[in-house]
Design a protein around this ligand. Sequence first.
Ligand SMILES: NC(=O)C1=CN([C@@H]2O[C@H](COP(=O)(O)OP(=O)(O)OC[C@H]3O[C@@H](n4cnc5c(N)ncnc54)[C@H](O)[C@@H]3O)[C@@H](O)[C@H]2O)C=CC1
Ligand SMILES: C[N+](C)(C)CC(=O)CC(=O)[O-]
Length: 469
Amino acid sequence: MTKSFCIVGGGVIGGGWAARFALNGWDVRVFDPDPEAERKISEVMTNARRAMPMVVDVALPEEGNVTLCATLEEAAEGAALIVEAVPERVDIKRKVYAQIEAVNTDGIIASSTSGIMPSDLQAEMAHPGRLIVAHPFNPVYLLPLVELVAGKQTDAAHIETAKKIYRGLGMYPLHCRVEIEGFLSDRLQEALWREALWLLHDDVATADEIDAAIAYGPGLRWAQMGTMQTFHLAGGEGGMRAMLAMFGPCLKWPWTKLMDVPDLTEDFVDKVGDQCDAQAGGLGPRELEIIRDDNLIGIIRSMKRANWGAGAVARAHDDVLRETPADAAPMVTQDRVVPIDWTDINGHMNEGRYGQIFSDAAEAVMAAVGADEDYITTQKLSYFTVETTVKYLAETHAGERVVVHTAVTEGRGKKLRCFHEMKRASDGEVMATCDQLMLHVSLETRRTCAPPDDVAANVDALAALHAEE
Ligand SMILES: NC(=O)C1=CN([C@@H]2O[C@H](COP(=O)(O)OP(=O)(O)OC[C@H]3O[C@@H](n4cnc5c(N)ncnc54)[C@H](O)[C@@H]3O)[C@@H](O)[C@H]2O)C=CC1
Ligand SMILES: C[N+](C)(C)CC(=O)CC(=O)[O-]
């Protein structure tokens, strides 16, 4: 699908979408009548530029341009995808769709609504088949979930197209097959929020205590398993059945005020607002966003190692990005941003991570000569490192983009010797070098052996090419 698209509404969510798309290389046209829109979007972009590259382990594509348009018509004309992120009111959204339809009759319109049914949104449209809901989560540039919902008149093919687009952006499109208000995630979130507001309203607990009750316990579990699997484990060997037997009857006890909402009187809003301000401990929203983002990066990266949940989605995103063709000469074996969890008590990249970067670079060389993952698993052959000499020449910090250039300096028989230079992308300064000797091994005997002819020929050819440079 063409990358011609636009965003209508550039607030919290529109700004987040702009960042997610632009950092994935899409040019973004935005319309928002708010005179502050440009500043707000650029602040979200700053956060995203810092955070998103730390989740990926490869280079992001060249950032797309974000252009603010003077009118909605200018933004929407010719767009194959129109992301709508205007306030949560049916009348405003319907009015926006009418304006879009005056200049664009076939682009997919993806509403960011948190819970309005797409059937209601599309009711007055001339071409309702193209309206879908694509409900994201804040911060849109880090959280992978996007709920896709079709209305009664939606053309089902658009849901499939949307799945491909959002996967390409490193997201997890969850198709909510049955159309209900609030979809899946906000049904669950709002049930908890209602309960939390009552606890605060009735002076059972403060905002801080209510948040502690989540953040130090269930919240940590929820990042990697939802309520169902979490409670399945809580039932021990009997699993969910045992849980239902023991705790199911308690669900009927009068624990909850779930269907009622406290009146949002001025006093109550102040009570909640004051406690949340106090909780922030003097930190402003941008400072809190950075803390939130760093924690999210750490959580996602940890699950990436386990190839689990949101981490598995991030890994799949790396694979999509890796397919973007890279320059062949000089051989670029790594191009990445240093993530926040790679730094140590000295406030710079820990020496172990240099080892990781050079090891990843060596794997890129191995793949280039044909000793890739498939070779290792099917032929039970590989290369092992037997010697490295690393020189640390300059400090490397979180958020810096580094590029590794590798030359094969020896490629005879079992030997594959590489010289890696890790440079700071912004100014080309060499930050570290690594001389690495690998030997070809059989994974069955765990002993060295000659590589097959094709791999040996590739190693020779690469060594000859790099000797000329
Ligand atoms: N804030 C959140 O946590 C989430 C919000 N959403 C949904 O995203 C949508 C937008 O919400 P937010 O970004 O939070 O609100 P927001 O208030 O931050 O942004 C809305 C933006 O729309 C602009 N706008 C108003 N009328 C417009 C028009 N006619 N044309 C173009 N722009 C117009 C406003 O100037 C504002 O910048 C809503 O449907 C909301 O339910 C979805 C997920 C999470
Ligand atoms: C509060 N909210 C309904 C706007 C929340 C969402 O829709 C999603 C989120 O980011 O939690």
